[in-house]
Design a protein around this ligand. Structure first.
Ligand code: HXC
Length: 510
């Protein structure tokens, strides 16, 4: 008996050693942790339960029968993050470059199936040379099986991808279909075709980092939702994110203990909006002052910064925040910000996370490139996302909201539950100057007359009361009491039930 136990330990030790000490050292030399070290950091101590540690590939081509690889280049299983269950897979670059074989793919599929069945998030740590070249089409089939499960899991359990090494070719499409992608600066990249192919086909010369590094994907392409300095920081932040999310679409997000008075008064908010309507202010200040303990997990911080998206808690409960940022492009909506916010709103709605919308928007960004780029369709994504969302929706107008953007930003007309305005808010078709120039074109030569018209328009429309008189604004609130008002609004909506008409699925303008 003792021998058998000993043999098990020995077999385990071989599997745990991955590709061996030299390859582990090479991994460390690149500033990267191994798959097992990453899992150890990600999960609560001692909580990891591994599956398929002894799985081997079945390939007999190219001399592969001589290459024994217990675990086959991916570590899979489940464990807990602050006591809550998650499934995890981590590709092991030290074993055949973490390449995906038939059995490697099957291991990932096994935990994805369990995650869907048992209702827990999937966290995928990607660090792979792609399809196992020796296996050919079997490897492609394995990817296909994973892709299919990514789609089936979408909207059922949160899926989070961490890119911690190479992720190239068709392999990128598995993370691409997950809810969030995070990358590590300088040690990860994602692209469909690499620098060599790009050079051959288009004669463009770029490095892997320039083409698909963390900076590219968080600032230019918006493929990734965040970038971190190293593996340790990335994993710590993922643990923080998991704390905000429900385990699946049938459960609510966790309620955390909070030590922040929901009725906390923030006198400084009364002067947040400057007297000069053209002067910007930082909307993040409002988010941080409303949130429990000022805790805000921002999503896509470096992309389309004219809109802010992320998670806060109110009375311990997770709330998704969408906010125009007057500091960037005056907070206007455009293609990028509409896409960014639409995807975030849809994530929140899919997982029953209430949405707080903070509005200060001059409208959609004008321009040939916007129109040619399809701002009509992209803007419609955000409108569509808000209109179909059935989660509690609370909106606060801080300053201006004009035209179509007014309707889009979670207005009463899109089933907003509570639509509050600060006394500084202004709801109109457009700004006073633009309106007067259209209404009184014949008087444009007379500066005094036009100034008087502008003043008259401002007096009549540059306030929240016209909209409030019509019930489009439920209440005009004091800025300093925003946290209390918003927290109470969400508290009253905890039992909200709203359904859309039956359909197979909608047809959001993609
Ligand atoms: C089998 C692979 C492999 C692969 C790497 N290795 N990629 N084995 N299949 N795809 C092995 C190497 O032979 C090596 O084995 C070990 O992993 C480490 O690789 P190195 O090249 O030494 O590492 P490094 O210098 O860091 O370079 C990493 C790399 C490079 C850039 C990823 O390995 C590379 O270019 N690999 C091939 C990438 C590729 O073309 N993949 C197919 C893409 S198409 P030893 O034994 O020496 O440690 C694809 C399609 C997916 O993925 C389609 C989905 C539908």
């Amino acid at each position: 008996m003792k021998d058998i136990l000993q043999e098990l330990e020995e077999r385990r030790a071989v599997a745990r050693a991955g590709g061996g000490a030299a390859r582990v050292a090479a991994q460390h030399a690149k500033g990267k942790l191994t798959a097992r070290e990453r899992i150890e950091l990600l999960l609560d101590e001692g909580s990891f339960e591994e599956f398929d540690m002894f799985v081997q590939h079945r390939c007999t081509d190219f001399g592969m029968e001589a290459t024994r690889t217990p675990g086959d280049g991916v570590v899979t299983g489940w464990g807990t993050v602050n006591g809550r269950m998650v499934y995890v897979f981590a590709q092991d670059f030290t074993v055949l470059g973490g390449s995906v074989s038939e059995t490697h793919g099957a291991k990932i599929c096994k935990i994805m199936d369990m995650a869907i069945q048992n209702g827990a998030p999937v966290i995928g740590i990607n660090d792979s040379g792609g399809a196992r070249i020796q296996e050919g089409v079997s490897s492609l089939a394995a990817y296909g099986e994973v892709f299919q499960r990514n789609v089936l899991a979408s909207g059922v359990v949160p899926q989070i991808s961490l890119i911690m090494g190479p992720c190239a070719g068709g392999a990128v499409y598995s993370p691409a279909m997950t809810d969030f992608i995070f990358m590590v600066k300088d040690s990860s990249y994602m692209f469909v075709t690499g620098p060599d192919v790009v050079k051959t086909v288009t004669n463009e010369q770029v490095t892997a980092e320039e083409l698909g590094g963390a900076s590219t994907h968080t600032k230019k392409s918006s493929v990734a939702d965040g970038a971190f300095e190293n593996d340790v920081e990335a994993i710590a932040e993922i643990r923080r994110l998991i704390d905000f999310l429900p385990l699946n679409n049938r459960e609510k997000a966790p309620v955390r203990p909070f030590f922040d008075d929901p009725a906390r008064v923030e006198a400084s908010l009364d002067t947040l909006v400057p007297d000069n309507p053209n002067q910007p202010y930082d909307m993040k200040e409002l988010i941080l002052k409303v949130a429990d303990e000022g805790d805000f997990f921002e999503i896509q911080k470096d992309y389309a910064a004219n809109i802010i998206t992320g998670f806060i808690r109110l009375e311990g409960q997770t709330v998704g925040v969408v906010a125009n940022q007057p500091m960037v492009l005056a907070g206007c909506l455009d293609i990028d910000s509409s896409r960014k916010a639409a995807r975030f709103v849809r994530f929140c709605d899919a997982f029953e996370i209430p949405i707080l919308t903070l509005v200060d928007v001059p409208g959609f960004l004008p321009g040939v490139s916007q129109e040619y780029g399809g701002v009509i369709k992209h803007g419609a994504k955000l409108l569509f996302a808000y209109a179909e969302a059935t989660v509690p929706k609370v909106t606060v107008l801080t300053r201006k909201t004009y035209g179509g953007a007014y309707v889009v930003m979670s207005s009463k007309h899109l089933r907003g539950d509570f639509n509050y305005a600060w006394p500084t808010a202004e709801v109109a078709v457009m700004g006073a100057k633009g309106a007067v120039e259209i209404l009184y074109r014949s008087e444009l030569g007379d500066k005094d007359k036009i100034a008087a018209r502008v003043k008259d328009y401002e007096d009549r429309f540059a306030n929240p009361f016209v909209a409030a008189e019509k019930g489009f604004i439920d209440e005009v609130i004091m800025p300093h009491s925003t946290r209390r008002r918003v927290a109470r609004a969400f508290a009253s909506l905890r039992t909200k039930k709203q359904a859309n008409p039956w359909k197979k699925h909608d047809n959001i303008p993609l």
